[in-house]
Design a protein around this ligand. Structure first.
Ligand code: NBX
Length: 828
């Protein structure tokens, strides 16, 4: 019998197309087959969506044999794999990514041309799956790309939200959220498997029972939902590997449904169905500030319970449960999936009847935890009341874990009640609740921060008692980004230039960018590099004109700040800089001709309930309207705020940028990953000594980085000394003028009340010390202006940024996780 990867035993059942046989003719044939037989339309009557689907399916077909082959080999060789548990995956568009990974880009373009189809129109048809808020979700997407590229067995587990991150629009400069109905036209990339559904329980009560002389606990749930898996291919870059992303969708169970339906209560039946399906309905748009909502806990438990059950059923199968740590490591992407810890304990103890201690030994080896924050308000807690209602058995298990843990603490440190209180997984104030980060730390084999500084602060400031108690548990893995999407796809011009200079290996070995260092001294290379940047600006202008009607000025420095709107990230500092420039020119103290022409680009969504963030968005738009309409600064200052910043827009904006704004208060940004994307695309950074900025600056050198602001220890000292922002306002004329201009109503048609809360907050509270860092920031911006005037020297620095940032490949991050945390060798 044939041993074709598709498993065909009949010679005629061989796959129609496979990798090596790929040709333009073959691609056209398969495309038309998909259009006719899968979409059910002839080419002549096909819609753009039909053609997009048929194209995507054709790419899928090429990857399919590899996918099945990888799954078969994994079943056979039983390697240890990584199950990445993440409530968010901010994937971005898939078509180009999958064309690149499969090496089909040129063939597909030619095949479409032969069919009279513009492949760019196909690209534009794809709605990006925005199943994440920002950095944390995008990091997960980069990591699964790298694992596939490195041939490491991995399943990414998450939630198939029907609505992703909201679509942002502006009405009179204010954010208005629209639902992101990304599935309306269907998605060609997903494979639903209703037969693989897992049943997830909620509510009810617990009881003990006698099991042949052994007293056991069990959970008697109150209700269930079905978790239906949708599989997505995660192809490695040109290596013939395809991993899996498995996202769960909630549907009502038949039983639940039918019972009520048969009782004649139609409305109640439909209500029950709606209730169940709400669980995967929408992504929570809060980034960094958890809301403690019941539905959110339902989402968390829903996807981790389904994932663990799925792994045990489909991968561990009948193998001895004690071998679980040899087969899997569950990586917890922040605390959102931490309920997986008591869930695995419940399965091991209640269902598989392991002794508690044996189960705990297994569980500890199977988890590791990544923390992505330092903000105390971002550390997730669940009230015992809510948790006990929704997951009563899990609450009991958490109490037992805590009791055992605190016993150990007492054994080591004696009855140090203060320490016990501080380390307890259960906190008593302001209400009795479970500290999920503590639970993750106690259970995880390792705990990591996401940049050197962050990991250090985690050890020293956030979890010092745990660091003392668990020596060696804490480690750092600095974040990274995938160079396939964020350099090769986003910046084809630069990619070509790099490949011409140093050959092709750099995309999977990003440290090789070092070889570009000598090219920084080559005038021809600098000229070509400058031309690529100029071309990227034109590409951006096209998109901004098309999507937002913006007219962009030529020859401007592009100064870009794109990231979620959060006070700690300090978009307000950027606003104060712009207002200062504007005020100093319009008041005649500075000649417009004396400053570098700049276009400021913002991109930022605010959580819908975050009032201050929304006000800041309003202010940015208001400043933009006034500045852009004022002839006195025409050709010198421009402010653009395209709405709905997302991965697709990032891919256009970042390669065009000259200046990358990374200006958080030191000690607040865990890492940042946008900072890495900008540097690798040849922007210079103006930034604080925060997150991964620290490592970027160390690598690119002080001459190629604009550092400003207080260091983290200086921030601490100023707090300790008693920070009075008004003193800074009084002491700095420029700052006073900028603040006064905002307060005067100059950007709100004379209405002083509109932005008063922003001004007051800065003057009398200013948690993130915007005013304290203002003068240092303005001085750094003057250095930026001076440096930009020497175009050639600027370009040289930009090239050195690219050459020296290979460290920030997510392939390197994955290697660090593998070596220090996972111990999962690649499959050969
Ligand atoms: O994670 C971000 C950090 O702020 C960045 O510094 C870091 O680079 C990035 C990747 O490590 N955190 C983040 O994006 N958090 C969330 O998105 C988030 C989402 C939901 C939620 C809490 C946080 N409930």
């Amino acid at each position: 019998p044939a041993t074709h990867p598709l498993g065909a035993t009949h010679p005629l059942a061989l796959a129609p197309v496979t990798g090596p046989a790929s040709s333009v003719d073959g691609f056209v044939r398969q495309f038309l087959r998909n259009l006719n037989y899968e979409r059910g339309v002839p080419l002549s009557a096909s819609s753009v969506n039909d053609r997009y689907f048929a194209l995507a399916m054709t790419v899928r077909d090429y990857l399919m044999a590899r996918w099945l082959e990888d799954l078969r080999r994994q079943r056979e060789t039983k390697p240890k794999g990584v199950c990445y548990l993440s409530a968010e995956y901010l994937l971005g568009r898939q078509l180009d990514n999958n064309l690149l990974a499969s090496g089909l880009g040129e063939i597909a373009t030619e095949a479409m041309a032969q069919c009279g189809i513009d492949i760019d129109e196909m690209r534009a048809q794809e709605v990006e799956p925005g199943l994440g808020n920002g950095g944390l979700g995008r990091l997960a997407a980069c990591f699964i790309d790298s694992l596939a590229t490195m041939s490491v067995p991995n399943v990414g587990y998450g939630i198939r939200y029907e609505y992703g991150i909201f679509r942002q629009t502006f009405v009179d400069g204010q954010q208005v959220e629209q639902p992101d109905a990304w599935l309306t036209l269907g998605s060609p990339w997903e494979f639903p498997h209703p037969e693989g559904a897992r049943k997830v329980a909620f509510g009810g009560h617990t009881e003990t029972y006698d099991d042949g002389g052994v007293t056991r606990s069990r959970w008697v749930p109150g209700w269930h939902v079905q978790a239906v898996p949708y599989n997505y291919m995660v192809p490695g870059y040109l290596n013939g590997r395809v991993n899996t992303l498995r996202l769960w969708s909630a549907v009502a169970t038949d039983a639940f449904d039918l019972r009520i339906f048969n009782s004649g209560d139609y409305e109640e039946a439909v209500r029950a169905q709606t209730f169940a399906e709400n669980i995967s309905k929408v992504l929570y748009p809060e980034d960094s500030t958890p809301q403690g909502k019941e539905l959110r806990l339902q989402q968390q438990y829903f996807f981790v319970a389904a994932s663990i059950s799925d792994f045990l059923a489909t991968t561990l199968g009948d193998d001895d449960i004690a071998t679980l740590p040899d087969r899997v490591i569950f990586q917890l992407n922040d605390t959102h999936p931490v309920i997986a810890v008591p869930e695995l304990m419940r399965v091991l103890v209640d269902e598989r009847h392991l002794e508690w201690d044996a189960a705990w030994e297994i569980t500890k080896q199977c988890f590791a935890y990544t923390c992505h924050t330092l903000l105390p308000e971002a550390l997730e807690v669940w009230s015992v009341d809510l948790l006990g209602r929704l997951l009563p058995r899990h609450l009991e298990i958490i109490y037992r874990i805590n009791d055992d843990f605190l016993d150990e603490v007492r054994e080591r440190f004696g009855d140090d009640e203060m320490r016990i209180r501080n380390m307890s997984i259960i906190s008593e104030f302001p209400e009795r609740s479970v500290r999920m980060a503590y639970l993750a730390t106690v259970a995880g084999s390792k705990v990591n921060g996401v940049a050197e500084l962050h990991s250090q602060l985690l050890r020293d400031k956030v979890l010092p008692d745990f660091n003392e108690f668990f020596p060696g548990k804490f480690t750092n893995v600095t974040n990274g980004i995938t160079p396939r999407r964020f350099v090769r796809l986003a910046n084809p011009g630069l990619s070509e230039l790099i490949t011409e200079a140093i050959g092709t290996g750099w995309l999977t070995d990003l440290e090789r960018l070092r070889e570009l260092e000598s090219y920084a001294e080559n005038p021809d290379f600098r000229a070509a590099f400058g031309e690529v940047k100029a071309a990227n600006k034109r590409r951006l202008n096209e998109v901004l004109f098309e999507r937002d009607g913006f007219e962009v000025s030529d020859g401007h420095m592009l100064d870009v700040m794109v990231k979620r709107l959060h006070e700690y990230k300090r978009q307000m500092l950027k606003v104060l800089h712009i207002v200062t420039q504007y005020e100093s020119i319009t008041s005649g103290r500075v000649e417009a001709a004396d400053i570098q022409p700049r276009t400021f680009i913002f991109g930022a969504k605010a959580a819908p309930g975050y009032a201050m963030a929304k006000r800041i968005i309003h202010l940015v738009n208001a400043v933009g309207s006034v500045v852009n309409a004022d002839p006195r600064v025409e050709g010198r200052l421009k402010v653009l705020f395209p709405p709905n910043y997302n991965v697709t827009l990032a891919e256009r904006v970042i390669p065009a940028a000259d200046l990358s704004e990374q200006i958080s208060l030191a000690g607040k940004e865990a890492s940042g990953t946008g900072n890495m994307k900008f540097a690798l695309n040849g922007a210079l950074t103006i930034g604080t000594d925060d997150g991964a900025n620290v490592e970027i600056r160390e690598l690119v050198g002080d001459d190629n980085f604009f550092l400003f602001g207080m260091s983290e220890p200086q921030v601490e000292d100023l707090w300790a000394a008693g920070y009075k922002p008004a003193d800074f306002y009084q002491a700095d004329d420029n700052l006073r003028r900028a603040m006064d201009l905002i307060a005067s109503g100059a950007f709100s048609d004379g209405d002083k009340s509109v932005f008063e809360p922003i001004v007051s907050n800065l003057l009398y509270d200013d948690r993130f010390m915007v005013l304290a860092d203002y003068s240092s920031y303005i001085a750094a911006q003057a250095r930026v202006d001076a440096a930009y005037a020497d175009t050639d020297a600027w370009t040289r620095s930009a090239i050195l940024n690219v050459a020296r940032c290979g460290f920030f490949s997510s392939d390197r991050s994955m290697r660090d996780y593998i070596d220090r945390i996972w111990h999962t060798p690649p499959m050969l």
